[in-house]
Design a protein around this ligand. Structure first.
Ligand SMILES: C[S@@+](CC[C@H](N)C(=O)[O-])C[C@H]1O[C@@H](n2cnc3c(N)ncnc32)[C@H](O)[C@@H]1O
Length: 214
């Protein structure tokens, strides 16, 4: 069930959005929030004023709105057209429509200018992208020199965790579930500069931070 963030006023939350990271991250355990807090506090910073942020797979727009509340100018891309209107409503709620644009797309990134983003963020999307290496080369091209990547993904984890997940979520068709593998982490590390990988072991979640390849 959605947490009752509206007990505070919207304006109050907008002033301190990082205190409501659970709302903006929308779903996931504390592991996801913990890794995202690390990315914000130790890598991105919490003041994105003037920075151009691209979110790939922005879906309902909450993270894009968080980046806008931190001062960024955000483009949220999603393949799913229906999600865009929800994201636009979210932007209205936070009064960040002038700093956000939600656009259908993402199969390839040719609609975006090269060297134009300070930050590319993605959460639980890369695992769905076919031809990951090629796609990430495009992401690299869109970053400005020195630009940053922040990727968060469900990781596979050891066999017993996989078994436990299969049991806990037995109502899902688990043959279709996908997790980010060590091989995919190596692909990210090979494409961007100085990639650091931080993992949470249970549930297995992986955070990848890095820079445009120089
Ligand atoms: C599992 S959802 C995650 C959504 C959101 N990032 C979140 O964490 O709630 C995956 C989303 O990525 C979108 N998606 C998948 N591949 C994409 C791509 N290549 N470009 C843009 N969006 C993509 C899907 O339409 C879907 O909305």
């Amino acid at each position: 069930m959605e947490k009752p963030v509206w007990t505070d006023s919207v304006q109050e939350i907008a002033r301190h959005p990082l205190e409501h990271l659970d709302y903006f991250m929308e779903w996931g355990t504390e592991a996801w929030q913990h890794l995202m807090s690390h990315a914000l506090e130790n890598f991105l910073g919490t003041n994105l004023k003037g920075q151009h942020v691209l979110e790939i797979g922005s879906r309902y727009g909450r993270m894009a709105c968080l980046f806008a509340l931190l001062g960024g100018k955000v483009i949220g891309l999603d393949l799913n057209k229906a999600s865009l209107s929800v994201a636009q409503r979210e932007a209205k709620k936070w009064n960040v429509t002038e700093r956000t644009a939600f656009v259908q797309g993402g199969k390839d990134l040719s609609i975006l200018k090269d060297n134009s983003f300070d930050v590319v963020f993605s959460k639980s999307v890369l695992v769905l992208v076919p031809g990951l290496g090629h796609f990430l080369e495009e992401v690299n091209a869109k970053l400005k020199p020195g630009g940053k990547i922040v990727f968060l993904e469900n990781a596979k984890g050891p066999w017993f965790v996989h078994l436990l997940r299969t049991f806990r979520h037995r109502e899902w068709d688990y043959t279709k579930a996908r997790y980010f593998t060590s091989e995919e982490i190596r692909v990210v590390s090979a494409i961007f500069d100085g990639v650091t990988v931080r993992k949470h072991s249970f549930p297995p979640v992986v955070l990848m931070l890095g820079h445009k390849r120089s």
